[in-house]
Design a protein around this ligand. Structure first.
Ligand code: DQA
Length: 145
């Protein structure tokens, strides 16, 4: 089973960026947590980019993966191109956010991506990613048992 963990703009600064909102664990720390949480038969690939086109390319690469865990950062609220890329691939995508976007500014309340995702997990800090991993595993098992 192959799962892509895809992080968008500014998430390379995790740990340093607005720690009151996003916590003090780095992207490297998040990667280590997810590797620990993943069962042995799950291969995780990690990609972070600040560029919309690179995020689209990464989604295309994951065309028939078992799933994608995707924090699109601010592109969540603006990008039709990312929405189209999610809709174009076979892999189920879980939209994740570290913060609870609905408890923040109103421009963060809308997601251009959510409607073409399997589901959305928002507000649980870095645990949002491990919850998304669990959701993808359950989804995969339900379809293959
Ligand atoms: C975020 C929420 C977005 O609104 C914001 O632009 C981010 C991070 C989150 O993980 O909480 O960059 O996706």
């Amino acid at each position: 089973m192959h799962i892509l963990v895809l992080n968008g703009p500014n998430l390379n600064l995790l740990g340093k960026r607005e720690p009151d909102v996003y916590g003090d664990v780095s992207l490297k720390g998040l990667t280590a947590e997810l590797l620990l949480a993943a069962p042995e038969d799950v291969q995780l690939t990690f990609v972070q980019s600040n560029h919309e086109g690179e995020l689209i390319d990464a989604l295309h690469e994951a065309y028939d993966y078992a799933g994608v865990i995707f924090n699109a950062g601010a592109y969540t609220h603006t990008s039709i191109a990312l929405r189209d890329a999610i809709a174009a691939i076979k892999a189920p995508v879980v939209e994740v956010h570290i913060s609870n976007v609905h408890a923040r500014e109103s421009f963060r309340h809308e997601s251009k991506l959510a409607a073409v995702c399997l589901g959305v997990i928002s507000g649980f800090g870095l645990t949002s990613y491990t919850l998304a991993l669990q959701a993808l595993l359950v989804h995969w098992r339900n379809r293959h048992d």
